[in-house]
Design a protein around this ligand. Structure first.
Ligand code: NAG
Ligand code: NAG
Ligand code: NAG
Ligand code: NAG
Ligand code: NAG
Ligand code: NAG
Ligand code: NAG
Ligand code: NAG
Ligand code: NAG
Ligand code: NAG
Ligand code: NAG
Ligand code: NAG
Length: 511
């Protein structure tokens, strides 16, 4: 016992000692030589030289995690062979460079437009070059990510500059592999995992809470996910709100993985793509991928569509997808609804955040080029109209938690059953619009394979709805839709619901 205490005291002393003697900056007259390290002010990250597969690299890793986890590499594609590396400023402080003993440059920043005298390793893991007098940053490692997204690092498009992750070639070779995860900003932005230019996986668009293809990715009390899109920048990042937790996102070969740690080892939180239904366009245009209960992908065509080639389809070659049973004639087309889906590729889609779902449908009907519509921003009630003007590609259906898609078919392919349902709905003056708790729609589900059965839908007594919404109290009001006002309510069981009150309107239009 005494021995143990002595050893731990020794270790503590050693640790404190190393903290005291370590530094977090490089200056003009104090470069970093091989064997030296920088330690961020609170000790979370270390910058220094590491060896992998007998090659020497300059990188940043977590100080306290025993299994060395490198989050950034300067010279990933230009390793050094010997131990003579030195990281220093050039004479006037306009460039930071990594050289070996004979002044061969292995890595450098681009020439900076202002004299920089200090390089700091921050507690966030960001290595920044700044003007010591003004603290204005002239260069930062967060602008040149390797394979790891740390909290606060932005991946996407920043002032026109793409920022993306590229995985290591193998676990002991940091050199750039062919796999990247990049933002495609065409249409409605979404991220793709790419093998060179070939698409491997698509996250789906951000729906205000999460990416459409990742319904399990919910913000919890520990992690906050952020997606920002404005004319200057479109990016994703995250924050860890629990100080006892460490988390990183890494592109590991062709897999995007989130790891969490309490400071010792790492736990894999999730990994994407998670199954074959996540493979990009697994079932081709207008095909829907479902996993059967033994996790085997099963492609079906959207209702109103049929396999492009029955023969290929039977051989499980579903890449050509599906074609319409009946061509569109534009004047009498209708929409079929499918729920719990990952929304189709949005490269050729647009969004108008000021338009509700009903007007969205009308807009979509007016122009024969539009193939479908949906409500993108689920965090914001029914507002935000997204419409597609190309084939609908890469749809998968989840067992719950996805979104609702309305897609265009010839009027004659709209199932007769849904007309009957429509009539029934006109009689009802209350509509259970959706359950906030589950993001699931409680209304008629015309096209869904998994929930097409009307009898399985919950029916509520008007008095229950009155009680749940506090007699439609103005303080429960969530917003106005095309046909009435939406109120928030809470059922006895604690489930939060949203109720649309149709008021004096009688809903006679097909939906
Ligand atoms: C720093 O020196 C380089 C030549 O070594 C020169 O090209 C560059 O303009 C100088 N930069 C500044 C900001 O003075
Ligand atoms: C620096 O690197 C070059 C190229 O790899 C090599 O030829 C040279 O011997 C190295 N210098 C030292 C001092 O290791
Ligand atoms: C940077 O500024 C701090 C405080 O202002 C000072 O202590 C330090 O010596 C300066 N470093 C350099 C390289 O000028
Ligand atoms: C920073 O401030 C010091 C002292 O105030 C001054 O001598 C130096 O020129 C300044 N450096 C820059 C880059 O402005
Ligand atoms: C990238 O792909 C090309 C072509 O398939 C292949 O020749 C090359 O070896 C790949 N690179 C890596 C690092 O795997
Ligand atoms: C975009 O950048 C410009 C120039 O830096 C700035 O004036 C503007 O406020 C920025 N807009 C947004 C939405 O951040
Ligand atoms: C989590 O942290 C981020 C950034 O520090 C902050 O913006 C956000 O409000 C925090 N969220 C919670 C729930 O505390
Ligand atoms: C990549 O995944 C493997 C397991 O498949 C894991 O051992 C390794 O640590 C991961 N790499 C990173 C950088 O997290
Ligand atoms: C899933 O599909 C595979 C391949 O068609 C089939 O062999 C298996 O029996 C199916 N499992 C279930 C539970 O339907
Ligand atoms: C479209 O189809 C409907 C129903 O089949 C038919 O009544 C209508 O005349 C058609 N319109 C055109 C322009 O073909
Ligand atoms: C229909 O929408 C497409 C795609 O936005 C557009 O190119 C076309 O001009 C529109 N047609 C009409 C008649 O508005
Ligand atoms: C989107 O439009 C581009 C250019 O018209 C086309 O090459 C691409 O195939 C379209 N994407 C889809 C999913 O149809």
């Amino acid at each position: 016992m005494a021995n143990f205490q002595f050893i731990s005291l020794l270790l503590t002393t050693f640790f404190l000692f190393s903290l005291c003697t370590s530094r977090d900056t490089i200056t003009l007259d104090a470069p970093l030589t091989y064997g030296d390290t920088l330690l961020s002010s609170g000790g979370v990250f270390t910058l220094g030289f590491f060896t992998s597969n007998n090659m020497k690299y300059l990188g940043i890793w977590y100080t306290q995690i025993i299994q060395q986890t490198v989050v950034w590499v300067a010279n990933r594609d230009n390793p050094m062979l010997d131990s003579t590396g030195i990281l220093s400023f050039n004479t006037n402080g306009s460039i930071l460079q990594l050289q070996n003993g004979s002044a061969k440059v292995f890595w450098s920043t681009s020439p900076l437009n202002r004299v920089t005298t200090v390089a700091h390793l921050l507690e966030t893991g960001n290595f920044v070059l700044m003007d010591n007098n003004t603290s204005i940053i002239s260069w930062q490692s967060f602008d040149y990510p390797t394979d790891t997204l740390l909290p606060g690092l932005k991946v996407g498009l920043i002032m026109g500059q793409p920022r993306f992750l590229t995985s290591w070639t193998s676990s002991d070779n940091p050199s750039s592999s062919n796999y990247t995860i990049k933002l495609d900003s065409a249409g409605i932005p979404e991220y793709f995992i790419l093998d060179r230019s070939k698409r491997v996986y698509r996250t789906g668009p951000w729906n205000g809470c999460q990416f459409s293809g990742e319904p399990e990715m919910e913000t919890d009390s520990k992690l906050t996910f952020v997606f920002v899109s404005n004319p200057n920048e479109t990016y994703y990042t995250f924050y860890v709100n629990d100080t006892s937790l460490i988390s990183r996102l890494v592109l590991n070969q062709s897999f995007l993985q989130r790891y969490v740690s309490d400071g010792s080892g790492w736990t894999l939180y999730w990994s994407l793509p998670r199954d074959q239904c996540d493979n990009y366009a697994q079932c081709g245009p207008y095909g829907v991928c479902n996993l059967n209960s033994s996790n085997v992908p099963d492609c079906t065509c959207l209702a109103g569509f049929t396999p492009e080639s029955e023969k290929q389809w039977d051989l499980r070659d579903t890449s050509a997808g599906c074609i319409r049973r009946t061509g569109l004639n534009c004047t009498s087309d209708g929409f079929i609804r499918i729920s719990d889906v990952k929304l189709p590729e949005t490269t050729n889609a647009t969004v108008d955040s000021k338009v509700g779902l009903e007007d969205c449908r009308n807009r979509c009907l007016k122009n024969c080029s539009w193939t479908g519509y949906s409500n993108l921003d689920v965090s914001n009630g029914e507002s935000s109209c997204m419409m597609w003007f190309s084939d609908l590609v890469d749809i998968r259906q989840f067992n719950g938690g996805g979104q609702i898609l309305y897609y265009r078919v010839a009027g004659s392919d709209v199932p007769a059953a849904s007309n009957a349902k429509k009539k029934e709905r006109t009689k009802s003056s209350f509509e259970l619009a959706w359950s906030l708790a589950h993001e699931r729609d409680g209304v008629l589900d015309e096209g869904s394979r998994s929930q097409g059965n009307l009898s399985s839908l919950p029916l509520y007594d008007v008095n229950v709805i009155f009680a749940a919404t506090n007699n439609f109290s103005p303080s429960n009001k969530l917003g106005e839709g095309g046909f009435g006002t939406v109120f928030m309510g809470e059922l006895d069981g604690g489930n939060r619901i949203a109720v649309k009150r149709l008021g004096n309107f009688v809903n006679t239009r097909p939906r």
